[in-house]
Every structure is written in C-alpha cells, then in structure tokens.
Design a binder for this molecule. Sequence first.
Ligand SMILES: NC(=O)c1ccc[n+]([C@@H]2O[C@H](COP(=O)([O-])OP(=O)(O)OC[C@H]3O[C@@H](n4cnc5c(N)ncnc54)[C@H](O)[C@@H]3O)[C@@H](O)[C@H]2O)c1
Ligand SMILES: [Fe+2]
Length: 384
Amino acid sequence: MYRMILNETSYFGAGCRENIAVEAARRGFKKAFFVTDKDLIRFHVADKVIEVFEKNNIPYELFSDVKANPTIANVQHGVEAFKASGADFIVALGGGSSIDTAKGIGIVVNNPDFADVKSLEGVANTRQKAVPTFALPTTAGTAAEVTINYVIIDEDAKKKMVCVDPNDIPSVAIVDPELMYSMPKGLTAATGMDALTHAIESFITPGAWVMSDMFELKAIEMIAANLKAAVDNGNDTVAREAMSQAQYIAGMGFSNVGLGIVHSMAHPLGAHYDTPHGVANALLLPYVMEYNANSPAAPKYLQIAKAMGVNTEGMSEAEGVRAAVDAVRQLSLSIGIPQKLHEIGVREEDLHQLAIDAFNDVCTGGNPRPTSIEDIEALYRQAY
Ligand SMILES: NC(=O)c1ccc[n+]([C@@H]2O[C@H](COP(=O)([O-])OP(=O)(O)OC[C@H]3O[C@@H](n4cnc5c(N)ncnc54)[C@H](O)[C@@H]3O)[C@@H](O)[C@H]2O)c1
Ligand SMILES: [Fe+2]
C-alpha cells in the first residue's frame, strides 16, 4: 500500500503569486498572518507579496521573527502573535525556515496540547489540521510548501527535531520563480543541492515506488540540466523556473516516501554549528551515495547517472554506481560547494556525538543500507 498527500491547490509560473487573492476570496478568508524573515524584507522579496495584499485590500499582520534554522522560540512567539492578530489564515513566504515555522505555528494554534513544541517531534498525534496556509517558496530547495514535514531546533537539546504530520500540509502552494531571482549564488547552489539530495535519497529509499520514482527521476534530470545555469545567472528565467518546479516535484515524492542518512547527518550540523541545510546535504551526498551503493538500491544508480545526463549505454551496475557518484560530485564542484567538513567549521572532536545524533534522526529509518553509529561516524571522518 502507498500513500500520497499533496496540496489542495498549487500554482506555478512567473507572477502566480497573484493567486493569493484568488484563493483567499474563494475560501472567504479575511485577514492574513504573514510569516517571513528579516532578509526577505531586506531583499524586497516580501514587498512582492505585500503588493498583492495591498492591491486586493487584504489586511495582514507581519511576523518576521524567524531565523534560518528556526527554533522552538520562533514558533512559540509566532503562536502568540497569531492569536493576537485576528487573522484567519497564514501566508508563509520564504525558504524552508519561514515555511517550517509557519507550519509549527499553524499546528500549535489548532492543537494547543502541543504548545511546548518539543512534543511535536517525530510523528505527532495531532487531531486538528493546521490553520489554513498558503506557502510561497523563495528558495528552490526544501519543497516545504508541499511536504508534510517541518524541522525546528530544540536549542536546549542542541537538536534539529524533524516533525512529520499530514495535518501541517499547506492548503495552497504558490511556486513563483520571480520570488527566487534575488537568491545569491551560494544560496542557489546549496538549496538546489538540497533538492537534488531529496530526489536521490527518496529514489533509493526502500519505500520508493513507481509514482515517487517518476517524480524523483524527473527532478534529478531537471536539476542536473538547470542548477548550474541558475547559479551562473540568477536572472536566467528558464533555469529559475525549471528549478522552482524541480524542487517541488522532488518534494511530492520525498514527503511521501522518506529520505535517508544524508539528511540524518545534515541535521546535527545545523543544530550544532548553524550550517545551512543545503550546504550540509551537498557536502555529504557523494560520500553517502558511495556507502549506500552497497545495498539493494545499487541497480538504481544507473538510472540516477542517466538522469544526471551521463550516457550509460552498456554500463555495468558497478560502472553505473561510479558514474552517478561522479556526476553528483562534479555538479557540486562546478557550483562551488565546499567538499570537506573542516572547511565549514566542524570540529573533529565532535564527530562521535554528531554520529549519535544522526543515528537517532527520524530520516535514518529511510536509508537503503542498514546503518550504525560506527558507520555514520566513519562517513563523517571520510568527509572531514
Ligand atoms: N519542511 C521540509 O520538508 C524541509 C525539507 C528540507 C529542509 N528543511 C528545513 O528548511 C530549512 C532551510 O531552508 P532553506 O534552505 O530554504 O533556507 P532558509 O529558509 O533557511 O533561508 C536561508 C537564508 O536565505 C535567505 N533567503 C531565502 N530566500 C531568499 C531569496 N529569494 N533572496 C534572498 N535571500 C533569500 C533567508 O532570508 C535566510 O536568511 C532548514 O531548517 C531545513 O532543515 C525543511
Ligand atoms: Fe532537505
């Protein structure tokens, strides 16, 4: 048996943010609680949504107390601000950080038993759907606008909590590439590699099936063909549009079948050093792909290589594995991703603790090769 949970309605394409007004009117919503972050205000991305509110006389309350790699406090402040606002729906604009914070807010407002936020970790037993949310991604990476997950840092425990809850899925996704043009090169590169990691991990996870495979292969193909162009020229409208769609397509799959230990290993880096999520994934991905090739997923590497643009005709399974890993490493190098953990401030003496945290991450269950704390620590050392 397989399950697919997706948005009620999704829009794609340049300028599609105008549909905030269409959907709000259709649903009879009166006031928006607008969740975003300070950089998106500074880069005038938030203005593009505020213009839609103003043009259509939609009152809104701005909440921008969200940090990259958001915390429990971000969610709790948001819950208080939402209650005081008189809003009846949420508009979340941002990368994964703003959208995930909005998901946490929407869940806690309608499920007050979980006000501590900590109890939402893993698969929480919430009873009510979140406050209806329209999610507008500004990065082409996390696909948080279509996933049933959100990731919040518990600062006391120094831990990224992965929360999995179908009640949090945004009702409307609005994927407008014009909200992504202002991403600097490094952010475009890192978030694009996050999307590639989603596609590859969920293509080889044991729960993958025909429909998720269809999404993930297409996403890999689109990312391989467009990510470098989007990094090289942020105003390349074709590459930006393709990336905005590719990351969503990857999300349709991974949200429903799960990920693997690239994500398990990336999360503690975010919690301990505030490493940007995409950088952590991008750096670890080739090492973990090599490790996971020793699993029942090995035959699928040929398909990954092919989707990455490699001519795989006549290749053996072992050659397919090599080709897939090489293609990913090459793409990563070509867009300036750091290749070693010591370059991004990770401390060697922390690697054992990081491995324990990674092993206990929710994503570990989706890995195609059964793993252990020792194996994960060895992978961190290899990437060090
Ligand atoms: N919900 C999910 O399914 C899911 C999946 C993967 C990752 N995540 C989580 O998402 C978070 C990472 O999200 P992210 O990688 O999208 O980045 P982010 O939301 O953390 O944003 C990083 C920085 O980039 C800025 N930024 C975003 N869009 C911009 C734009 N268009 N122009 C200029 N600056 C912009 C932000 O203001 C912020 O300062 C992590 O916490 C990660 O764990 C969630
Ligand atoms: Fe991710």
